[in-house]
Ligand binder design. Structure first.
Ligand code: SF4
Length: 85
């Protein structure tokens, strides 16, 4: 289980965030592109995704919850909670 302290620095402030256990599969950015993007800055977390914008409506919220559920690395949290994979 990921430590919530492993939150990636690039996440915007807010309820949703990605942690360092992300494996960079890019699934979240494909399904919820309004809220998740791949980190293309060189460095330790190159290729990992992070939350670029918190969900602004019910549709975005639903997609964020969906990617939280299907993230293969269980790297996406919502207020310190994660999926139950
Ligand atoms: S779905 Fe999970 S493992 Fe894949 S890029 Fe997004 S946060 Fe990382």
């Amino acid at each position: 289980m990921a430590d919530v302290n492993q939150k990636l620095e690039k996440n915007v402030q807010g309820r949703y965030y990605v942690t360092s256990v992300c494996i960079g599969c890019n699934l979240c950015a494909e399904i919820a592109p309004e809220n998740f993007v791949e980190n293309l800055d060189e460095g330790l977390y190159f290729g990992h995704c992070y939350v670029s914008k918190q969900p602004a409506d019910k549709q975005e919220e639903a997609l964020c919850l969906e990617v939280m559920d299907i993230c293969p690395a269980c790297a996406i949290y919502n207020d310190g909670l994660k999926n139950s994979n």
